[in-house]
Design a protein around this ligand. Sequence first.
Ligand SMILES: [Fe+2]
Length: 166
Amino acid sequence: MKAIEIKPDVFWVGAIDWAVRDFHGYVTPRGTTYNNYLIMDDQITLIDTVKHDFAGVTIDNIKSIVDPSKIVNLIINHIEPDHASSIDKVMGLIPEAVICISEKGKKGLDRHFDTSKWKFRIVKTGDTLNTGKYNLLFLETPMLHWPDSMMTYVKEAKLLISQDAF
Ligand SMILES: [Fe+2]
């Protein structure tokens, strides 16, 4: 499935997993999606990645819109594999990008990846990121689904990137 513009200059760049039949104990007879988003603003910003098997799909979707090397920020709302397990492949394309993540998210990533060369900005509820015309507000939502979880609200687009909450 190709990238979809869901708000002005905000694109879904995720993947569809038609084969998965058990997702967190839920029966998924028609599969599931891994949802991540690309904001094409002055500071091009990627929100989340996808499950590792689908890294090539999201990278192709990103490439259909922009050269990935132009991405400045990577927001990781949640470090569970369906959101973050292709981060190493994505960061291989954007090694200078700043990863915006909760404190617990950073600690979790440190356990699974060599994060020593990556740049981080630890964010908490109320912190913001201006990408140009858009202002992004971070909201920590611990235990929705893991202690690291947070959401990103794109104010001007009235768009809540809610990771696992709904
Ligand atoms: Fe989760």
